[in-house]
Design a protein around this ligand. Structure first.
Ligand SMILES: [Zn+2]
Ligand SMILES: [Zn+2]
Ligand SMILES: [Zn+2]
Length: 105
């Protein structure tokens, strides 16, 4: 039972808003707390800190906005998470070959 839900199916990097500058949790900057890792909201591009961080601003963002999907905002990471269904997935990089090119016949 680890199938991606409908929110996570067929996601590519271009489905996400580009990362906003500064590359930081804006709420942690305001509050003066430190984050561990960053997550980015797919719907609006909000950057918040992960659940390993003391303030968990990414999860807080979901509770406030009901935006269901976030991605890891860390360089090189391609995982994504749906808060509604509590399932994880992976998105395709922007320059990946299309599915058509991958299917040989
Ligand atoms: Zn979902
Ligand atoms: Zn934070
Ligand atoms: Zn959002």
């Amino acid at each position: 039972m680890n199938e991606p839900c409908e929110h996570l199916r067929n996601l590519t990097e271009t489905d996400f808003a580009s990362l906003r500058a500064p590359f930081a949790c804006e709420e942690c900057l305001k509050e003066g707390t430190r984050w561990v890792a960053l997550r980015q909201c797919k719907t609006c591009g909000h950057v918040g800190c992960c659940d390993s961080s003391p303030r968990k601003h990414a999860t807080k963002h979901f509770h406030e906005t009901k935006h269901p999907v976030m991605r890891s905002a860390m360089p090189g990471e391609r995982w994504t998470w749906c808060y509604v269904h509590e399932v994880g997935g992976e998105f395709e990089p922007a320059h990946a070959p299309s599915k058509k090119e991958l299917q040989h016949g």
